[in-house]
Design a protein around this ligand. Structure first.
Ligand code: GLU
Length: 441
């Protein structure tokens, strides 16, 4: 059987960094093992699912280079879920429950108050036919729970190792809500079986779901996939990252100018025994990736780590990868190699490339501190007109130094600020040959 992994986002919001961990792990396992990767849109919640979120999810994945072999959506499969629902109902594995949300909340509170775990007490199982009829005549619609067989479920998790969960400690999961909405617990299992999913990698928050889903798969006679549950990401103060979705949505990370391969390198190693490398393709990352090298402890995610990796990746990018960008900016072919060599070492984000090229073509407003005004005026008087070559900066600044006695930072910084409008940037010796507009001071 071909190895098949899947990423199953619900299109009810933007993807955040934790979701991408799930997507990337599944993608890399498929890639490493010549398998296939399925993108499954979990849109059974028709009210909260939105096309715009689905589009954004796809855009985020494409930006990262995570390509899917197939795309399916759960809303196309309601007939199939109904079929399973009817079968489970007829063999009494599903039972109708009539408690409202507030009744359930109250029950849970009472249990907690007397020190008991808040497990659903199966009261609805005791209702007679007549009780149910009466409730339904009063307009109360049931939700449907899966009757768990109370035994231990064991599996060898690809990340955590041996896991054993006693279903006695869990509430019977709701499979269908009052309004008829199928919850993913049922839909997901149904899909995993029908599509022959072989590996399910997801967050550790799904651990107990896995136990109930294994029981359902057994009940339906399907193959149990391999499961791997990765730990959750936390921020530096220890809070779960998902609480701060806005701050770490992939969309925001993209807009902040982070290199996609930096995110791929960090995410594919953070929390594992491996240190990130500067890898430029998902092919290389997949070869380096090992799911068993990950630990189960929560992982601190430091945005600075991503920023640093992003500038390293950008600076290390081969010219052939950046060429398309150069052509779009309008940098002539003959300048590609030398311009890239001139600027790469100081870049932090890609948008700085066009800004630098713009500086070269159109010049900028000089920055001159008041106390340096006379110095800069004098220096510019002895600066020949463009074009310049690699020696021009050295020759010029030597002359300026001889005339003024200035050295080091006092010599160079005012000239850099006057020429580029910034106090930092590429090596001026390499940049000067590209400057075609020199300000008049
Ligand atoms: N849509 C579910 C989620 O986003 C996927 C669950 C699963 O992996 O089965 O949590």
């Amino acid at each position: 059987m071909t190895l098949l992994t899947r990423f199953a986002p619900s299109p009810t919001g933007y993807l955040h960094i934790g979701n991408i961990r799930t997507a990337l792990f599944n993608f890399l396992i498929a890639k490493k093992n010549d398998g296939k990767f399925l993108l499954r849109i979990d849109d059974t919640d028709l009210e909260r699912s939105k096309q715009i979120y689905e589009d954004e999810i796809k855009r985020d994945l494409e930006w990262l280079g995570i390509e899917w072999d197939y795309c399916e959506r759960q809303s196309n499969r309601f007939d199939r879920y109904f079929e399973i629902f009817d079968n489970l109902k007829s063999e009494t594995s599903l039972y109708p429950c009539y408690e409202t949300k507030s009744e359930l909340d109250l029950k849970r509170k009472k249990q907690l108050n007397i020190g008991k775990p808040p497990i659903y007490d199966r009261s609805s199982l005791k209702l007679t036919k007549q009780d149910k009829k009466k409730l339904e005549e009063n307009g109360i619609k049931p939700h449907w729970r899966f009757l768990l067989e109370q035994k231990k479920i064991n599996w060898k998790d690809l990340i955590i190792g041996s896991v054993s969960i006693d279903l006695k400690s869990l509430s019977d999961p709701v499979f269908v809500k009052e309004d008829g909405q199928f919850l993913y617990t049922l839909a997901s299992v149904c899909d995993d079986i029908d599509y022959n999913v072989t590996h399910v990698i997801r967050g550790v928050d799904h651990l107990t779901n896995t136990a109930t889903q294994i029981q359902l798969i057994n009940n339906l006679g399907g193959n149990i996939p391999f499961y791997g549950h990765h730990s959750l990401l936390i921020d530096l103060s220890g809070d779960n990252l998902s609480k701060r979705l806005g701050a770490l949505s992939i969309k925001d990370i993209r807009n902040a100018g982070i290199e996609p391969m930096a995110l791929n390198n960090i995410i594919s190693t953070l929390g594992s025994s491996k240190s990130p490398k500067l890898l430029h393709t998902l092919e290389e990352i997949s070869e380096f990736f090992t799911i068993s090298s990950f630990g189960s402890a929560p992982i601190k995610f430091d945005f600075n780590l991503l920023n640093n990796m992003s500038s390293k990746i950008l600076r290390d990018t081969p010219l052939k990868t950046i060429k398309k960008e150069f052509v779009e900016i309008g940098i002539p072919n003959k300048d590609h190699k030398t311009f890239w060599e001139a600027i790469r070492a100081n870049l932090n984000t890609r948008d700085e490339i066009s800004k630098l090229w713009n500086l070269c073509i159109n010049g900028t407003t000089p920055i001159i501190d008041y106390e340096d005004l006379e110095y800069v005026r004098m220096a510019f008087k002895i600066l020949p007109s463009p074009p310049y070559n690699e020696e021009s900066w050295g020759i010029w600044t030597k002359k300026v130094s001889e005339k003024t006695g200035r050295k080091g930072k006092h010599l160079f910084l005012p000239l850099r600020k006057a020429l580029t409008g910034k106090s930092f940037g590429p090596d001026m010796g390499k940049l000067l040959p590209f400057l075609s507009k020199i300000p008049t001071i």
